[in-house]
Write a protein that binds this ligand. Sequence first.
Ligand code: TTP
Ligand code: MG
Ligand code: MG
Length: 401
Amino acid sequence: MTGSAGLVILCRRQAEMNLMVPITFNPPPSPTYPDDVSLVNRDVQGEYQRIILHLDMDSFYASVEVQRRPELAHKPVVIGADPKHGKGRGVVSTCSYEARAFGILSAMSISQAFSLCPQAIFLPPDFPAYVRASRAVMAILRSYGYRLEQMSIDEAFLDISPLGNFTAAQQFAEEIKANISHRLGLSCSVGITPSMAVAKIASDFQKPDGLTIVQPSALQDFLDPLPVRKIPGVGKKAEALLFEMGIRTIGDLAGHDVQDLIGRFGRSAIALHQLARGIDGSDIVEGREARSLSRETTFETDTDDLGVIASTIDALAQSVCDNLAEEHLWFRTITLKIRYQGFITRSKSRSQLHLSGDATVVRSLVHALFREVYDGRKIRLLGIRLSSFEKQDNGQVTLPL
Ligand code: TTP
Ligand code: MG
Ligand code: MG
Protein backbone atom coordinates (compact mmCIF):
# COMPACT_ATOMS: atom_id res chain seq x y z
CA MET A 1 0.00 0.00 0.00
CA THR A 2 2.89 2.32 0.74
CA GLY A 3 3.82 2.15 -2.95
CA SER A 4 0.73 4.07 -4.12
CA ALA A 5 1.44 7.56 -5.34
CA GLY A 6 0.59 10.20 -2.82
CA LEU A 7 -0.28 7.79 -0.07
CA VAL A 8 1.86 8.28 2.96
CA ILE A 9 1.32 5.90 5.77
CA LEU A 10 3.42 6.57 8.75
CA CYS A 11 3.58 4.96 12.08
CA ARG A 12 6.06 6.68 14.27
CA ARG A 13 6.54 5.18 17.67
CA GLN A 14 6.86 7.73 20.44
CA ALA A 15 10.45 6.84 21.36
CA GLU A 16 11.57 7.26 17.78
CA MET A 17 9.59 10.46 17.42
CA ASN A 18 10.94 12.17 20.49
CA LEU A 19 14.45 11.79 19.13
CA MET A 20 13.46 13.08 15.74
CA VAL A 21 11.12 15.94 16.38
CA PRO A 22 12.29 19.24 17.77
CA ILE A 23 9.45 20.76 19.80
CA THR A 24 9.69 23.99 17.88
CA PHE A 25 7.00 23.78 15.26
CA ASN A 26 5.27 27.15 14.95
CA PRO A 27 1.96 27.21 13.15
CA PRO A 28 0.80 30.54 11.72
CA PRO A 29 -0.12 32.88 14.61
CA SER A 30 -3.70 33.29 13.43
CA PRO A 31 -4.74 30.67 10.92
CA THR A 32 -6.91 32.02 8.10
CA TYR A 33 -9.82 30.19 6.51
CA PRO A 34 -11.80 31.13 3.39
CA ASP A 35 -14.74 33.41 4.24
CA ASP A 36 -17.24 31.54 2.16
CA VAL A 37 -17.03 27.80 2.66
CA SER A 38 -19.26 27.26 -0.36
CA LEU A 39 -16.29 28.38 -2.46
CA VAL A 40 -14.24 25.50 -1.17
CA ASN A 41 -13.93 22.74 -3.68
CA ARG A 42 -14.22 19.71 -1.50
CA ASP A 43 -14.36 16.94 -4.02
CA VAL A 44 -11.48 17.67 -6.29
CA GLN A 45 -8.15 19.05 -5.28
CA GLY A 46 -8.72 22.72 -5.98
CA GLU A 47 -6.84 25.83 -5.01
CA TYR A 48 -7.89 25.57 -1.41
CA GLN A 49 -6.91 22.17 -0.06
CA ARG A 50 -8.78 21.07 3.03
CA ILE A 51 -6.55 19.28 5.50
CA ILE A 52 -8.39 17.66 8.39
CA LEU A 53 -6.68 16.07 11.38
CA HIS A 54 -8.43 13.59 13.66
CA LEU A 55 -6.82 12.65 16.96
CA ASP A 56 -7.98 9.86 19.25
CA MET A 57 -6.28 8.92 22.51
CA ASP A 58 -5.06 5.32 22.81
CA SER A 59 -6.91 3.05 25.31
CA PHE A 60 -7.81 6.30 27.03
CA TYR A 61 -9.16 5.40 30.51
CA ALA A 62 -6.61 2.59 30.86
CA SER A 63 -3.74 4.86 29.76
CA VAL A 64 -4.70 7.50 32.35
CA GLU A 65 -4.53 4.80 35.04
CA VAL A 66 -1.17 3.51 33.77
CA GLN A 67 0.22 7.05 33.59
CA ARG A 68 -0.47 7.68 37.27
CA ARG A 69 0.49 4.17 38.36
CA PRO A 70 3.64 3.31 36.39
CA GLU A 71 3.78 -0.16 37.96
CA LEU A 72 0.83 -1.01 35.65
CA ALA A 73 2.85 -0.30 32.49
CA HIS A 74 2.99 -3.16 29.95
CA LYS A 75 0.38 -5.15 31.92
CA PRO A 76 -3.14 -6.13 30.90
CA VAL A 77 -5.31 -3.46 32.56
CA VAL A 78 -9.11 -3.56 32.30
CA ILE A 79 -11.32 -0.63 33.31
CA GLY A 80 -14.93 -1.44 34.08
CA ALA A 81 -17.22 -3.20 36.51
CA ASP A 82 -15.99 -5.43 39.32
CA PRO A 83 -15.32 -8.89 37.76
CA LYS A 84 -16.12 -10.67 41.06
CA HIS A 85 -13.95 -13.63 40.07
CA GLY A 86 -15.93 -14.23 36.92
CA LYS A 87 -19.39 -13.60 38.41
CA GLY A 88 -19.44 -9.82 37.83
CA ARG A 89 -22.33 -8.50 35.73
CA GLY A 90 -21.18 -5.18 34.33
CA VAL A 91 -19.18 -4.43 31.20
CA VAL A 92 -15.65 -3.45 30.14
CA SER A 93 -15.24 0.31 29.52
CA THR A 94 -11.87 -0.15 27.90
CA CYS A 95 -8.59 -1.98 28.39
CA SER A 96 -4.89 -1.60 27.66
CA TYR A 97 -3.48 -2.99 24.41
CA GLU A 98 -1.81 -5.76 26.45
CA ALA A 99 -5.31 -6.82 27.57
CA ARG A 100 -6.60 -6.61 23.97
CA ALA A 101 -4.04 -9.28 23.04
CA PHE A 102 -6.17 -11.66 25.15
CA GLY A 103 -9.28 -10.77 23.12
CA ILE A 104 -10.79 -8.30 25.62
CA LEU A 105 -12.84 -5.47 24.05
CA SER A 106 -14.87 -2.42 25.14
CA ALA A 107 -18.51 -3.29 25.99
CA MET A 108 -17.74 -6.99 26.50
CA SER A 109 -19.21 -8.42 29.69
CA ILE A 110 -16.71 -8.16 32.52
CA SER A 111 -17.07 -11.85 33.39
CA GLN A 112 -16.08 -12.79 29.84
CA ALA A 113 -13.07 -10.49 30.15
CA PHE A 114 -12.18 -12.23 33.40
CA SER A 115 -12.36 -15.65 31.80
CA LEU A 116 -10.13 -14.48 28.91
CA CYS A 117 -7.48 -13.05 31.25
CA PRO A 118 -8.00 -13.68 34.98
CA GLN A 119 -4.56 -12.26 35.78
CA ALA A 120 -5.44 -8.83 34.31
CA ILE A 121 -5.59 -5.84 36.64
CA PHE A 122 -9.27 -4.85 36.91
CA LEU A 123 -9.94 -1.26 37.97
CA PRO A 124 -13.19 0.69 38.46
CA PRO A 125 -13.54 3.82 36.31
CA ASP A 126 -12.50 7.14 37.87
CA PHE A 127 -14.48 9.55 35.64
CA PRO A 128 -13.23 12.80 37.22
CA ALA A 129 -9.64 11.76 36.44
CA TYR A 130 -10.55 11.01 32.80
CA VAL A 131 -12.38 14.33 32.45
CA ARG A 132 -9.30 16.17 33.80
CA ALA A 133 -7.02 14.34 31.37
CA SER A 134 -9.43 15.04 28.51
CA ARG A 135 -9.47 18.76 29.31
CA ALA A 136 -5.66 18.80 29.37
CA VAL A 137 -5.51 17.10 25.94
CA MET A 138 -8.08 19.49 24.47
CA ALA A 139 -6.23 22.50 25.93
CA ILE A 140 -3.05 21.41 24.13
CA LEU A 141 -4.98 20.96 20.88
CA ARG A 142 -6.72 24.35 21.24
CA SER A 143 -3.44 26.13 21.97
CA TYR A 144 -2.52 26.04 18.27
CA GLY A 145 -5.51 28.18 17.30
CA TYR A 146 -7.02 25.96 14.60
CA ARG A 147 -10.74 25.26 14.33
CA LEU A 148 -11.46 22.38 16.65
CA GLU A 149 -14.44 20.11 17.19
CA GLN A 150 -14.36 17.75 20.14
CA MET A 151 -16.23 14.56 19.31
CA SER A 152 -15.99 12.63 22.56
CA ILE A 153 -13.98 12.54 25.75
CA ASP A 154 -10.86 11.39 23.90
CA GLU A 155 -11.11 12.60 20.33
CA ALA A 156 -11.23 15.78 18.29
CA PHE A 157 -10.98 17.10 14.75
CA LEU A 158 -8.81 20.06 13.80
CA ASP A 159 -9.09 21.93 10.51
CA ILE A 160 -5.42 22.51 9.74
CA SER A 161 -6.00 23.60 6.13
CA PRO A 162 -4.14 26.90 6.69
CA LEU A 163 -0.90 24.88 6.96
CA GLY A 164 -1.21 24.57 3.20
CA ASN A 165 0.35 21.18 2.53
CA PHE A 166 0.63 17.65 3.87
CA THR A 167 4.34 17.90 4.73
CA ALA A 168 3.63 20.74 7.15
CA ALA A 169 0.60 18.78 8.40
CA GLN A 170 2.83 15.79 9.14
CA GLN A 171 5.28 17.92 11.13
CA PHE A 172 2.38 19.44 13.00
CA ALA A 173 0.96 16.02 13.92
CA GLU A 174 4.38 14.85 15.14
CA GLU A 175 4.63 17.98 17.26
CA ILE A 176 1.18 17.42 18.81
CA LYS A 177 1.92 13.77 19.53
CA ALA A 178 5.24 14.63 21.18
CA ASN A 179 3.63 17.44 23.16
CA ILE A 180 0.85 15.23 24.55
CA SER A 181 3.40 12.54 25.36
CA HIS A 182 5.85 14.90 27.14
CA ARG A 183 3.27 16.92 29.02
CA LEU A 184 0.72 14.27 29.90
CA GLY A 185 2.52 10.94 29.49
CA LEU A 186 -0.24 9.71 27.14
CA SER A 187 -0.15 8.42 23.59
CA CYS A 188 -2.61 9.04 20.79
CA SER A 189 -3.21 8.19 17.15
CA VAL A 190 -3.69 10.71 14.38
CA GLY A 191 -5.19 10.60 10.89
CA ILE A 192 -4.78 13.38 8.32
CA THR A 193 -6.79 13.53 5.08
CA PRO A 194 -8.94 16.04 3.17
CA SER A 195 -12.19 14.93 4.87
CA MET A 196 -13.52 14.36 8.37
CA ALA A 197 -14.87 10.86 7.82
CA VAL A 198 -11.66 9.55 6.23
CA ALA A 199 -9.50 11.29 8.87
CA LYS A 200 -11.38 9.32 11.52
CA ILE A 201 -10.81 6.08 9.61
CA ALA A 202 -7.13 7.00 9.22
CA SER A 203 -6.55 7.74 12.94
CA ASP A 204 -7.81 4.23 13.70
CA PHE A 205 -5.69 2.62 10.97
CA GLN A 206 -2.45 2.13 12.92
CA LYS A 207 -3.44 2.31 16.56
CA PRO A 208 -1.81 2.65 19.04
CA ASP A 209 0.62 5.55 18.62
CA GLY A 210 -0.06 5.80 14.89
CA LEU A 211 0.18 8.59 12.39
CA THR A 212 -1.56 7.94 9.08
CA ILE A 213 -1.59 10.52 6.32
CA VAL A 214 -3.65 9.93 3.22
CA GLN A 215 -3.19 12.47 0.48
CA PRO A 216 -6.08 13.23 -1.93
CA SER A 217 -4.61 11.27 -4.83
CA ALA A 218 -4.41 8.16 -2.65
CA LEU A 219 -7.83 8.29 -0.98
CA GLN A 220 -9.43 5.55 -3.06
CA ASP A 221 -6.45 3.19 -2.76
CA PHE A 222 -6.56 3.65 0.99
CA LEU A 223 -10.32 3.10 1.31
CA ASP A 224 -10.90 0.29 -1.20
CA PRO A 225 -9.61 -2.71 0.81
CA LEU A 226 -11.12 -1.65 4.15
CA PRO A 227 -14.22 -3.44 5.50
CA VAL A 228 -17.45 -1.37 5.21
CA ARG A 229 -17.74 -1.40 9.01
CA LYS A 230 -14.83 1.08 9.14
CA ILE A 231 -17.09 3.83 7.76
CA PRO A 232 -18.26 5.98 10.70
CA GLY A 233 -21.97 5.30 11.20
CA VAL A 234 -22.00 1.83 9.61
CA GLY A 235 -22.97 -0.47 12.47
CA LYS A 236 -23.86 -4.14 12.69
CA LYS A 237 -27.28 -3.77 11.02
CA ALA A 238 -26.06 -1.78 8.01
CA GLU A 239 -23.08 -4.11 7.69
CA ALA A 240 -25.38 -7.15 7.57
CA LEU A 241 -27.58 -5.52 4.89
CA LEU A 242 -24.52 -4.60 2.83
CA PHE A 243 -23.17 -8.16 3.12
CA GLU A 244 -26.50 -9.44 1.77
CA MET A 245 -25.92 -7.23 -1.27
CA GLY A 246 -22.43 -8.73 -1.71
CA ILE A 247 -20.73 -5.58 -0.44
CA ARG A 248 -17.90 -6.31 1.98
CA THR A 249 -15.26 -3.68 1.38
CA ILE A 250 -15.47 0.07 0.93
CA GLY A 251 -14.25 -0.54 -2.63
CA ASP A 252 -17.26 -2.84 -3.24
CA LEU A 253 -19.52 -0.06 -1.95
CA ALA A 254 -17.87 2.61 -4.10
CA GLY A 255 -18.37 0.43 -7.19
CA HIS A 256 -22.00 -0.44 -6.41
CA ASP A 257 -24.96 1.12 -8.22
CA VAL A 258 -26.17 4.02 -6.10
CA GLN A 259 -29.84 3.52 -7.13
CA ASP A 260 -29.70 -0.03 -5.81
CA LEU A 261 -28.31 1.30 -2.52
CA ILE A 262 -31.06 3.93 -2.31
CA GLY A 263 -33.62 1.16 -2.82
CA ARG A 264 -32.26 -0.60 0.25
CA PHE A 265 -31.22 2.25 2.56
CA GLY A 266 -33.24 5.27 1.36
CA ARG A 267 -31.76 8.69 0.64
CA SER A 268 -29.02 8.27 3.27
CA ALA A 269 -27.36 5.89 0.80
CA ILE A 270 -26.22 8.85 -1.28
CA ALA A 271 -23.97 10.15 1.49
CA LEU A 272 -22.80 6.59 2.23
CA HIS A 273 -21.87 6.02 -1.41
CA GLN A 274 -20.03 9.34 -1.50
CA LEU A 275 -18.14 8.50 1.68
CA ALA A 276 -17.00 5.26 0.07
CA ARG A 277 -15.51 7.41 -2.67
CA GLY A 278 -13.76 9.63 -0.13
CA ILE A 279 -16.21 12.50 -0.57
CA ASP A 280 -17.41 14.09 2.65
CA GLY A 281 -18.32 17.74 2.79
CA SER A 282 -18.82 17.85 6.57
CA ASP A 283 -17.35 20.88 8.21
CA ILE A 284 -15.85 21.22 11.61
CA VAL A 285 -18.32 22.85 14.01
CA GLU A 286 -16.44 24.71 16.69
CA GLY A 287 -17.54 24.87 20.28
CA ARG A 288 -19.39 21.57 20.23
CA GLU A 289 -17.68 20.07 23.22
CA ALA A 290 -19.40 16.76 23.63
CA ARG A 291 -21.66 14.76 21.37
CA SER A 292 -23.32 12.93 24.22
CA LEU A 293 -23.20 12.34 27.94
CA SER A 294 -24.32 9.00 29.30
CA ARG A 295 -24.65 6.93 32.40
CA GLU A 296 -25.61 3.30 32.66
CA THR A 297 -25.79 0.68 35.32
CA THR A 298 -25.95 -3.11 35.37
CA PHE A 299 -28.14 -4.66 38.09
CA GLU A 300 -26.57 -7.21 40.42
CA THR A 301 -29.37 -9.58 39.45
CA ASP A 302 -31.75 -9.15 36.51
CA THR A 303 -34.87 -7.39 37.77
CA ASP A 304 -38.47 -6.58 36.87
CA ASP A 305 -39.07 -4.82 40.21
CA LEU A 306 -40.62 -1.52 39.14
CA GLY A 307 -39.58 0.19 42.39
CA VAL A 308 -35.93 -0.71 41.89
CA ILE A 309 -36.14 0.30 38.23
CA ALA A 310 -37.73 3.68 39.07
CA SER A 311 -35.12 4.58 41.67
CA THR A 312 -32.34 3.51 39.30
CA ILE A 313 -33.77 5.79 36.60
CA ASP A 314 -33.85 8.66 39.12
CA ALA A 315 -30.24 8.08 40.18
CA LEU A 316 -29.00 7.85 36.57
CA ALA A 317 -30.93 11.03 35.67
CA GLN A 318 -29.38 12.92 38.58
CA SER A 319 -25.87 11.72 37.75
CA VAL A 320 -26.03 12.61 34.07
CA CYS A 321 -27.56 16.02 34.90
CA ASP A 322 -24.74 16.75 37.38
CA ASN A 323 -22.35 16.06 34.52
CA LEU A 324 -24.39 18.32 32.22
CA ALA A 325 -24.19 21.17 34.76
CA GLU A 326 -20.40 20.72 35.13
CA GLU A 327 -20.08 21.08 31.36
CA HIS A 328 -22.45 24.12 31.34
CA LEU A 329 -24.62 22.45 28.71
CA TRP A 330 -28.29 22.07 27.89
CA PHE A 331 -29.62 19.11 25.96
CA ARG A 332 -32.40 18.54 23.48
CA THR A 333 -32.36 14.76 22.91
CA ILE A 334 -32.62 11.98 25.44
CA THR A 335 -32.19 8.25 24.88
CA LEU A 336 -33.18 5.39 27.14
CA LYS A 337 -31.37 2.08 26.78
CA ILE A 338 -32.72 -1.15 28.21
CA ARG A 339 -30.78 -4.39 28.05
CA TYR A 340 -32.92 -7.39 28.89
CA GLN A 341 -31.89 -10.77 30.19
CA GLY A 342 -29.88 -12.43 27.43
CA PHE A 343 -28.23 -9.19 26.26
CA ILE A 344 -31.11 -8.15 23.98
CA THR A 345 -30.90 -4.37 23.92
CA ARG A 346 -33.58 -1.81 23.06
CA SER A 347 -33.30 1.95 22.98
CA LYS A 348 -35.64 4.83 22.31
CA SER A 349 -34.90 8.53 21.85
CA ARG A 350 -36.97 11.67 22.16
CA SER A 351 -36.04 15.18 21.12
CA GLN A 352 -37.72 18.10 22.80
CA LEU A 353 -38.38 21.48 21.28
CA HIS A 354 -36.81 23.36 24.15
CA LEU A 355 -33.36 23.11 25.63
CA SER A 356 -33.15 21.89 29.17
CA GLY A 357 -30.71 20.95 31.87
CA ASP A 358 -33.12 20.06 34.61
CA ALA A 359 -32.98 16.69 36.39
CA THR A 360 -36.76 16.75 36.92
CA VAL A 361 -37.28 17.08 33.17
CA VAL A 362 -34.85 14.26 32.49
CA ARG A 363 -36.52 12.03 35.06
CA SER A 364 -40.02 12.52 33.65
CA LEU A 365 -38.83 12.06 30.05
CA VAL A 366 -37.04 8.81 30.91
CA HIS A 367 -39.99 7.47 32.86
CA ALA A 368 -42.23 8.25 29.87
CA LEU A 369 -39.82 6.52 27.47
CA PHE A 370 -39.61 3.56 29.83
CA ARG A 371 -43.39 3.15 29.84
CA GLU A 372 -43.35 3.11 26.03
CA VAL A 373 -40.52 0.62 25.62
CA TYR A 374 -40.69 -1.75 28.57
CA ASP A 375 -42.19 -5.16 27.77
CA GLY A 376 -42.22 -6.65 31.26
CA ARG A 377 -39.15 -8.84 30.92
CA LYS A 378 -36.34 -8.87 33.46
CA ILE A 379 -33.80 -6.11 32.93
CA ARG A 380 -30.04 -6.49 33.07
CA LEU A 381 -28.94 -2.92 32.33
CA LEU A 382 -30.44 0.56 32.19
CA GLY A 383 -28.80 3.58 30.57
CA ILE A 384 -29.58 7.22 29.83
CA ARG A 385 -27.87 9.30 27.15
CA LEU A 386 -28.25 13.02 26.56
CA SER A 387 -27.24 14.61 23.26
CA SER A 388 -27.84 17.64 20.93
CA PHE A 389 -26.25 20.10 23.31
CA GLU A 390 -25.93 23.83 23.44
CA LYS A 391 -23.88 25.97 25.78
CA GLN A 392 -25.92 27.34 28.68
CA ASP A 393 -24.80 30.92 28.15
CA ASN A 394 -26.28 31.41 24.67
CA GLY A 395 -29.26 33.43 25.84
CA GLN A 396 -31.83 30.66 25.45
CA VAL A 397 -34.31 29.99 28.19
CA THR A 398 -34.75 26.67 29.94
CA LEU A 399 -38.36 25.71 29.90
CA PRO A 400 -39.82 23.00 32.07
CA LEU A 401 -42.10 20.53 30.33
P1 TTP B 1 -12.40 4.90 22.46
O1 TTP B 1 -11.60 6.00 21.89
O2 TTP B 1 -13.42 4.24 21.59
O3 TTP B 1 -11.48 3.72 22.97
P2 TTP B 1 -10.09 3.78 23.72
O4 TTP B 1 -9.51 5.17 23.76
O5 TTP B 1 -10.21 3.13 25.06
O6 TTP B 1 -9.18 2.85 22.82
P3 TTP B 1 -8.60 3.14 21.36
O7 TTP B 1 -7.12 3.10 21.51
O8 TTP B 1 -9.13 2.05 20.51
O9 TTP B 1 -9.11 4.49 20.96
O10 TTP B 1 -13.17 5.40 23.74
C1 TTP B 1 -12.63 6.37 24.64
C2 TTP B 1 -13.01 6.04 26.05
O11 TTP B 1 -14.44 5.97 26.18
C3 TTP B 1 -12.49 4.71 26.53
O12 TTP B 1 -11.16 4.78 27.04
C4 TTP B 1 -13.50 4.33 27.58
C5 TTP B 1 -14.80 4.95 27.11
N1 TTP B 1 -15.64 3.92 26.49
C6 TTP B 1 -16.57 3.25 27.29
O13 TTP B 1 -16.70 3.54 28.48
N2 TTP B 1 -17.33 2.24 26.71
C7 TTP B 1 -17.21 1.88 25.40
O14 TTP B 1 -17.91 0.96 24.92
C8 TTP B 1 -16.25 2.59 24.59
C9 TTP B 1 -16.07 2.20 23.13
C10 TTP B 1 -15.50 3.57 25.18
MG1 MG C 1 -9.51 6.29 22.03
MG1 MG D 1 -12.45 7.75 20.93
